[in-house]
Design a protein around this ligand. Structure first.
Ligand code: 5GP
Ligand code: MN
Length: 344
């Protein structure tokens, strides 16, 4: 986390009117877009010229977020994005811990010579890539850290309804509507503060969660009924979607978001896995309950990482082989996966 001295240095760097570029991770989620847009509005209020980049498209259910139409998708507009980066005075990196997490944008970012500021909550940030690091795994979302950052700069009065809605989006999506990583009382204090500034949680919740297309809901149902494997001895359930499945349901960006959480609602299931096949690659999502670290699992065996209870990775072999690989790797963790959550 930034100490007083670093904060002072950063304040000096941000004095006057600066060209600021905000960046976030591949397959941006609610926290990535929410924290980026909150910071964009904040810096604009401070008089800076701000742009926000995302490596690839974000889901439609986040498109209502005020300012999100200004997002520049690197995959589609790399020339414009590169120009902005060339002219930037300072670059903010939000909700990711290593430059490799921005996919196709990472080579370009590596050649940018201005100071980088990291605001993030993933484990083991790549310290050498950033001049300033505001990072801790103790806080459930980058959006909450952005609130903290604005507060440390003594600018809480600049948090208006729009910024509050952006920050709430990150908080509510990264905590699964306050159902995990939500044991810190500060998360609720901040949320209360956001309500006082005009946020209406019911409305935002509906905008995020009650916008399924018929196809998306049917894809979820099909996944649970026809594509779910339950390995009781490993306390694990896995859902997989082949490329043909996704095509059949006319999958749109974000349609498989949240599917991975459903298997965890089964008693005695401590680990949930979702495999999605696109362009011959398989993306892997892991979610766990309790102490089992899917960050360690994803890092060690599946070219990925994330948080203790939510992580992702990739596989470059077939669906059938990936399922077999997941099962055989997990068989080495049989003991660690065998626990029961009880009331105490
Ligand atoms: P999701 O399963 O929702 O895609 O990702 C869950 C968490 O894991 C997120 O915090 C995300 O940043 C992280 N994550 C997902 N995919 C990868 C990956 O390929 N590499 C790393 N390091 N983290 C990932
Ligand atoms: Mn996050």
């Amino acid at each position: 986390m930034l100490n007083k001295q670093e904060l002072k240095k950063l304040t000096v760097l941000l004095s006057g009117q600066k060209r600021i570029v905000l960046t976030t991770h591949t397959n941006p989620d609610g926290d990535a877009i929410g924290s980026s847009m909150a910071l964009l509005h904040y810096f604009e209020k401070k008089g800076h010229t701000v742009s926000a980049l995302v490596p690839n498209d974000f889901p439609e259910f986040l498109s209502w977020i005020p300012g999100s139409e200004k997002m520049i998708v690197f995959e589609k507009k790399s020339k414009a994005a590169k120009k902005l980066l060339e002219k930037a005075d300072i670059v903010f990196c939000l909700d990711f811990n290593a430059l490799s997490r921005v996919g196709s944008m990472s080579e370009t970012l590596k050649n940018v010579k201005v100071p980088f500021v990291l605001i993030d909550h993933h484990i083991d940030p790549e310290m050498e890539s950033f001049a300033f690091v505001h990072s801790t795994v103790q806080i459930s979302s980058t959006s909450e850290l952005v609130f903290d950052f604005i507060s440390r700069l003594d600018d809480l009065e600049l948090i208006d309804k729009q910024i509050a809605e952006c920050l709430y989006t990150g908080i509510v999506t990264d905590t699964g509507s306050f159902s995990f990583s939500a044991n810190n009382s500060n998360t609720y204090r901040i949320t209360a503060e956001l309500i006082d500034r005009g946020l209406v949680p019911d409305k935002i919740h509906q905008l995020i969660y009650d916008t399924f297309s018929e196809n998306r809901l049917r894809l979820l149902g099909m996944g649970i009924s026809d594509r779910m494997l339950v390995w009781n001895d490993l306390h694990t359930a896995l859902i997989y979607y082949t490329a043909q499945d996704l095509e059949k349901y006319n999958e749109q960006v974000g349609d498989t978001e949240g599917v991975v959480n459903y298997p965890l609602s089964m008693k005695n299931i401590n680990l949930a896995v979702l495999l999605t096949e696109r362009d011959k690659n398989i993306r892997i999502s892991f979610r766990s309950k309790g102490d089992f670290s899917v960050n360690d699992l994803a890092r060690k065996h599946f070219n990925g990482g994330g948080h203790k209870n939510a992580a992702g990775g990739k596989s470059f072999i077939s669906m059938k082989e990936t399922i077999e690989l997941v099962k055989s790797e997990l068989s080495n963790y049989k003991k660690q996966l065998d626990y029961q959550l009880t009331y105490s």
